[in-house]
Design a protein around this ligand. Structure first.
Ligand code: ASP
Length: 346
């Protein structure tokens, strides 16, 4: 329920993405366009009677170009304006939305206000756009409060079409479906129909109220290694020894399984002895890493860290964040398995 006594104050952070794109007359492909074009296409916003301000990335980008420098800028904007606004709506391309949501969830320590990320599959100027509805619903969620008048959502979340998902649990599942996101290992935070039905038990709540702390140092020496039948020792060792790499997310089979060949385990073990942190994350969209099969014994004894049921997006950004805190590889490995803000089930 919104508090009728005052107008909710929301800050929109426009980063780009399909929602604000227009077709280039030269190439006939979609390119990012400015915020005024976007907002002019949603006159219904005025019906909300909110106080809405906006800031924009300059220039707005296709989210395929998103990087940690942009995350720093976004996190700083939220940090600077945190006291003055009831909630934040980030307009973002869908391609890397789950990475941004995950990164921000770690960077915004002790967040107690809504940071709702949304975008669309069709540009806002298109007749059948999903952008208008997504933007309006995101604003409503950012303004919603509980009966006790505290923010309903106190975390980074993705609003897309019919669902609100925890940001660091989300994955882009479809390149063309309006319901493009899902958190496969965590229930929806809200279901959007005629009304917004919150799944109150699933919403993140901190036990202690502490001031927001914005972390802006992220380690970029991280990478994914995706296993496949036929991967060679040469290619695996080459990737593991990429210069500057400190943290690796190893995407394994099923419940966290991998080849048992000696060369494979030795390669992993050598990289860990060399000071790298390697996290085991399943390639499956559903479920997580469990030490069930003999085919995961070698990885466990080599010192791999279990990612449990974390998403790949949250795993890579969590490594960036933990190394960014200045922790030693041992401490990063130790902290990784514990939930920071609801990103994994321990
Ligand atoms: N390429 C676009 C982006 O991520 C796709 C989208 O927004 O849906 O910016």
């Amino acid at each position: 329920m919104e508090n009728p006594a005052r107008r909710p104050k929301i800050l929109i952070i426009y980063t780009g993405g399909t929602i604000g794109m227009i077709e280039s007359p030269e190439t006939h492909t979609l390119e990012p366009f400015d915020f005024s074009h976007l907002i002019d296409n949603v006159p219904k916003i005025k019906l909300l009677n909110y106080q809405i301000d906006s800031v924009s990335l300059d220039p707005p980008i296709d989210s395929s170009n998103m990087n940690p420098e942009h995350w720093r800028k976004i996190a700083k904007v939220i940090g600077k304006n945190h006291r003055d606004y009831d909630g934040f709506v980030i307009l973002h391309g869908t391609d890397t939305m789950a990475y941004t949501a995950s990164a921000l969830s770690f960077m915004l320590e002790n967040l107690s206000k809504p940071v709702i990320i949304t975008g669309s599959q069709l540009p806002i100027g298109e007749v059948r756009t999903d952008g208008e509805e997504n933007l309006i619903t995101a604003l409503q969620i950012a303004a919603d409060t509980t009966a006790g008048n505290i923010p309903m959502v106190q975390e980074v979340a993705i609003l897309f079409e019919n669902y609100l998902w925890r940001g660091n649990r989300s994955t882009k599942m479809s390149a063309d479906n309006f319901n493009a996101f899902k958190s496969n290992n965590y229930p929806a935070l809200a279901k959007i129909g005629l009304d917004i039905h919150y799944n109150v038990d699933a919403l993140y709540r901190t036990t202690e109220r502490r001031p927001l702390r914005v972390h802006t140092t992220l380690e970029t020496g991280v990478l994914f290694i995706d296993l496949f039948p036929g991967i060679t020792e040469q290619s695996l060792r080459h990737q593991l020894s990429t210069p500057g790499v400190r943290g690796i997310v190893l995407k394994t089979f099923g419940a966290g399984n991998a080849p048992t060949a000696k060369w494979f385990i030795d390669s992993i073990s050598d990289a860990i002895k060399d000071g790298k942190v390697i996290v085991n994350v399943t390639q499956c969209v559903n479920g997580g890493v469990q030490h069930l099969y003999q085919s995961s014994d070698g990885l466990v004894s080599a010192g791999i860290v279990s990612g449990h049921d974390i998403t790949a997006e949250a795993a890579i950004t969590k490594l960036m964040y933990l190394f960014g805190l200045g922790l030693t590889p041992q401490d990063v490995a130790e902290h990784f398995g514990h939930s920071i803000c609801g990103e994994l089930s321990e």
